[in-house]
Design a protein around this ligand. Structure first.
Ligand SMILES: Cc1cc2nc3c(=O)[nH]c(=O)nc-3n(C[C@H](O)[C@H](O)[C@H](O)COP(=O)(O)OP(=O)(O)OC[C@H]3O[C@@H](n4cnc5c(N)ncnc54)[C@H](O)[C@@H]3O)c2cc1C
Length: 301
């Protein structure tokens, strides 16, 4: 008889492959019973709670190219998949050029957890609540995947397929995320509503970026993405179209916030009701848009 309140960790083999090809081969050969892991903050909790029972745990965080942040004004930003949330949130180039990504990484859980939790783990988990997913969507990140056929890049928008489901195939690993060079004169914000500020998954997460764009009628392009309000993290494309087409001001921002709310299809769960989530999507989006618009307008003066 077990006295543990939860099932506890099941037994598994720990494997630390020497190279990406070895890791990929192993994961493909043992598809269904082997799992890659990095920080383990998602995976070990799910094993402890009895949701999954992998027989082989494949540690991949030490593999080449997995760790670190490289910024170049022409090439943009590359973040290794095993880079921790604290490393991202505190990195000077991320703070200076991709503040939205720094905010999103800094909003995950607690300081202690952010020392282990990685960007790749957050994205590969396929959770609709992943805080870095809306940032990756609005910054149009490209996910670098390594598999038996070599390397490929998947745009963030094509990666999330459903709760716990991603575009990764058997034997594939995420090795890095690439971001375009920052837009001149752009601004961005990540707003997260959780049950407590002391580290919790979001009830609603809203990422907003905006930048001057001579190709749109309004003179600006905005991108909006949401967490925790649909089966996948998603872009609010209709709202983005409103902001591209109409003269910018309070009325347009309010209409875009309304359209963003309409894009959300949340469920009731332990964190909040669907009705509350919808209302919070509108409120947070409006606040995010106002903040970004104020920065953009300020830069013009
Ligand atoms: C108390 C607590 C609070 C939390 N709060 C938040 C929060 O506020 N916001 C939030 O977004 N998340 C939160 N989380 C979830 C979790 O911490 C994050 O998602 C974290 O970023 C996961 O990273 P990891 O490296 O620990 O992933 P892991 O647990 O190592 O892996 C997560 C998933 O990704 C897969 N995986 C790992 N590495 C790779 C790879 N290289 N290639 C392919 N697949 C891979 C694993 O098989 C697994 O399915 C919380 C978790 C806990 C326990």
């Amino acid at each position: 008889m077990s006295y543990l309140p939860r099932p506890g960790l099941s037994e598994f083999d720990y494997v630390k492959p020497a190279s990406l090809p070895d890791a990929s081969r192993l994961l493909a050969e043992r598809a269904g019973e082997a799992r890659p892991f990095m920080g383990g903050t998602d995976l070990f909790v799910r094993i402890r709670d009895g949701f999954i029972r992998p027989q082989t745990m494949v540690d991949v965080k030490h593999l080449p190219g997995m760790r670190g942040i490289v910024f170049d004004e022409q090439a943009g930003l590359t973040v290794g998949a095993a880079t921790t949330m604290n490393e991202i949130a505190q990195h000077p180039a991320v703070q200076a050029h991709y503040p939205l990504l720094a905010e999103a990484a800094g909003s995950v859980a607690t300081y202690q957890l952010r020392n282990r939790a990685t960007l790749g783990g957050n994205l590969c988990n396929g959770s609709p609540a992943a805080d870095t997913a809306p940032a990756a969507l609005v910054l149009e990140g490209r996910f670098v995947l390594y598999g038996l056929a070599g390397e490929r890049e998947v745009p963030a928008v094509d990666f999330f397929l459903g709760p716990g489901k991603t575009a990764m195939q058997a034997g594939e690993l995420m090795t890095a995320v690439r971001f375009q060079p920052p837009r001149t004169g752009g601004a961005g914000k990540y707003l997260k509503l959780g049950r407590s500020k002391a580290g919790d998954l979001s009830i609603v997460g809203v990422a907003v970026v905006g930048f001057p764009d001579g190709a749109t009628s309004s003179g600006y392009t905005f991108r909006i993405a949401l967490a925790s309000v649909a089966p996948v993290p998603l872009r609010a494309l209709e709202a983005e179209e409103v902001l591209a087409a109409r003269p910018l001001g309070e009325e347009t921002l309010a209409l875009a916030a309304e359209k963003t709310m309409e894009a959300a299809t949340p469920i009731d769960d332990v964190r909040a009701s669907a009705v509350y989530r919808k209302a919070m999507v509108r409120a947070l989006t409006l606040r995010g848009l106002q903040g970004v618009w104020a920065e953009l307008a300020g830069q013009e003066e």
